[in-house]
Design a protein around this ligand. Structure first.
Ligand SMILES: *Cc1c(COP(=O)(O)O)cnc(C)c1O
Length: 399
């Protein structure tokens, strides 16, 4: 045994006890080391796994055109942006990318962030502060919640996708500025927020609507322009945020909206101002990605085909059900943490990687398998998964 160092007899920092608590609740998370990626196949511990866990919905993360763009951009720009965007980190590549992103989603201007999480924790506090109110869907992503907390505004959590509950709260709020924030496609459920109703409410109550389209950009709407475009929404009250590490296959995020709103956010979003810009090479690869997203529409068609296969052909063990979703995020609702983990393990043993999602990521009692589909899947890959799911028992014994 190794050396045991003496801890003080009592301490507020008993990490071992904390970890035992996490284990007891079956909430310990572990990382798997991936040795190689090849589309939807991953090599782990020498085994090839078929992956239904990535957010690479269009299968672009290893696309040859993007890989070539990265090589050329590295030769031209090197690898580091060297500074924050407001100092000298904003290259011609970033500038062109922002113009192309704005055009892509049909909005006047866009601002590119190095990642989605800090985008939202910067945007929400820039838009709302003490004396204001943030109205947040109950199933919003953690970064919108943290952004709302950082803002110090009054936080009003409305029932999931419930425009009537939101309206009651908007009407009752005395706040000066009202900001509505919502995932467009909910990340763990795959359902779509009632965006037209939310925008109407924003207009009626002098509010702004910030939507996070991390799972809709590239997938929904004409040429993959996203959820707002899918509904044909246009309004100076709409701020459209999306991430670029999912369907776009690269990294980063952006917010798009009216010219003056975006200029204001550039002045005020602290995570934009005080962080090193993403490398210019990432911006160049994203430009290549936007071209592929628009041109290779067969990828969205393949996704639609796979989604229909799940909806129409899945046969589930008793007591399990598929959540309502028409997007590549297909939740297989199981309930208990233990049952979800066992189902994940049983699939893993058959070479299929489908993650179990447990609280606090989802509400207690709603543990699930989160199937995510990719245009890189062949229908036969999905067939194999659906057959394996049909063969599971609701409470597979622990291995
Ligand atoms: C993944 C995700 C983010 C975070 O984006 P990153 O670029 O991964 O930091 C934000 N919002 C939602 C809804 C997400 O699913």
């Amino acid at each position: 045994m190794g050396r045991v160092s003496a801890n003080p007899p009592t301490t507020a920092w008993d990490f071992d006890a904390e970890l035992r608590g996490i284990d007891a609740a079956q909430l310990r998370r572990r990382r798997r080391v991936v040795d190689a990626y090849d589309g939807t196949r991953l090599r782990i511990d020498g085994r090839e796994m078929s992956c239904f866990c990535s957010n690479d919905y269009l299968g672009l993360a290893q696309h040859p055109a993007l890989v070539d763009a990265a090589r050329e951009a590295a030769a031209r720009w090197g690898v580091g942006a060297t500074a924050s965007p407001l100092v000298c980190g904003h290259s011609r590549a970033h500038d062109e990318l922002e113009r192309e992103l704005a055009d892509f989603v049909g909005m006047p201007r866009a601002l590119y962030f190095y990642a989605g999480f800090p985008a939202n924790t910067g945007l929400v506090p820039a838009l709302a502060t003490r004396g204001d109110a943030v109205f947040s869907d109950a199933l919003n992503h953690a970064c919108l919640i943290d952004g709302a907390r950082l803002s110090r505004a009054d936080l009003q959590v409305y029932a999931h996708a419930d425009a009537a509950d939101l309206e009651r709260r908007l009407r009752a709020s005395p706040a000066r500025r009202k900001l509505i924030v919502t995932d467009a496609v909910f990340s763990m459920d795959g359902d779509i927020a009632p965006l037209p109703e939310l925008l109407q409410l924003a207009e009626r109550h002098d509010a702004m609507l910030l939507i996070d389209d991390a799972h809709g950009f590239g997938v929904l709407g004409p040429h993959g322009a996203g959820s707002a475009a899918a509904f044909g929404l246009r309004s100076p009250r709409l701020l459209y945020m999306a991430t670029l590490g999912k369907a776009a296959g690269v990294a980063g995020a952006f917010v798009a909206g009216a010219e003056s709103a975006i200029e204001f956010l550039m002045q005020r979003a602290r995570s934009y101002i005080f962080a090193t810009a993403a490398p210019a090479l990432v911006a160049e690869v994203l430009r290549a990605s936007l071209r592929v997203i628009a041109e290779e529409s067969w990828r969205r068609e393949r996704l639609r085909e796979l989604i229909s296969m799940v909806r129409e052909q899945a046969r589930l063990p008793a007591g399990w059900r598929l959540g309502e979703s028409s997007t590549p995020v297909q939740p297989l609702l199981i309930g208990g943490n233990d049952a979800a983990l066992r189902a994940m393990q049983a699939l893993w043993d058959q070479g299929l990687w489908v993650p179990a999602i447990r609280p606090p990521t989802v509400p207690a009692g709603s543990a699930r398998l989160r199937l995510s589909l990719s245009a890189a899947h062949a229908p036969g890959d999905l067939r194999r998964l659906l057959d394996a799911i049909a063969g599971l028992r609701p409470h597979d014994p622990a291995p």
